[in-house]
Write a protein that binds this ligand. Structure first.
Ligand code: AMP
Length: 272
């Protein structure tokens, strides 16, 4: 999370003093002081006003809700909180968890999930190395964060229930002073531009002039596509922005409509 957070701030043009291993650093070109803290502690520091804003996984906030405001989902640190059982264990549905011992660092979320399914199980709260609990006889199942799934796999576990999805979020103290509030607005504006850029691509293509109308109707763009003439008579270059999600479908439609020489370029910043 800290690498992702620092990387995101850098993309927002905020350059941090190179303090590898330091727990506190300052931005060189933005009035921001950064504390590197344990994720579980971050909501408390923000709620207590020790820090004005924080970046933390949603999972931490949902487990221990604090009086802080969630400002923005940040699109990194994506993971899921899942229940896993030993690879060979029989599992049909959540009823198979009844009476079982489940090890987790997220007892509140797990307990709400089990209640919602009407299942009664024994929750064992442990703070780390949750995945080894079944192999050392401490539990029958685990409820832990999963990203790639390789930790579960290497510990002989199989994911059977997805309890919640999570990603990094920006949180803020409920009583920011005006100056800090103004800085937060500035930061959020930059974060949204970086996020919009990462969710969109810049597309350039060549097309016969008579196809401009049909191709323009496929390219949503920010307003409408730019059309410039090519040196070759009767041909134009068209440029626009397309969403990452619909990218391949749009490219297929463009080719069918007569587009050629399609180039797709990553966008660094997108001012929205
Ligand atoms: P993976 O092997 O990629 O599925 O990662 C699983 C391990 O990384 C588990 O020990 C998780 O507790 C931890 N983990 C994965 N994603 C996150 C996250 N977004 N925040 C905190 N811990 C995570």
């Amino acid at each position: 999370m800290s690498d992702g957070s620092v990387g995101l701030l850098r993309k927002c043009g905020i350059s941090l003093s190179n303090g590898a291993g330091k727990l506190k650093t300052e931005a060189d070109n933005f009035p921001l002081e950064i504390f590197f803290l344990r994720d579980d502690d971050i909501p408390d520091y923000v709620a207590d006003g020790v820090a004005d804003i924080g970046i933390v996984g949603e999972n931490v906030l949902v487990e221990n809700p604090r009086p802080v405001e969630t400002i923005e989902k940040l699109g990194f640190g994506r993971c899921r909180l899942s229940i896993a059982v030993e690879k060979g264990a029989m599992y049909r549905d959540s009823n198979d968890l009844a009476g079982k011992r489940i090890a987790t660092s997220y007892p509140n979320i797990l307990s709400r999930f089990l209640d919602s399914k009407g299942v009664s199980a024994n929750i064992h709260k442990i703070t780390g190395s949750v995945e080894i609990a079944p192999s050392i006889g401490l539990a029958d199942a685990v409820c832990d964060l999963v990203s790639s799934g390789s930790t579960l796999f290497t510990n002989g576990l199989r994911e059977v229930e997805r309890v919640m999805s999570s990603e990094a979020v920006l949180i803020a103290s409920n009583d920011l002073c005006d100056a800090a509030g103004a800085l937060l607005d500035k930061l959020v504006f930059r974060l949204r531009s970086v996020k919009a850029a990462s969710q969109n691509k810049y597309i350039l293509l060549n097309a016969p002039r008579e196809k401009v109308g049909s191709i323009a109707s496929i390219l949503p763009g920010m307003r409408s596509p730019t059309v410039t003439p090519l040196a070759e008579k009767g041909w134009v270059s068209m440029q626009s922005v397309i969403s990452e999600h619909e990218f391949w479908n749009v490219v297929d439609e463009l080719r069918a409509a007569g587009a050629e020489g399609i180039l797709v370029v990553a966008i660094d910043q997108m001012i929205v």
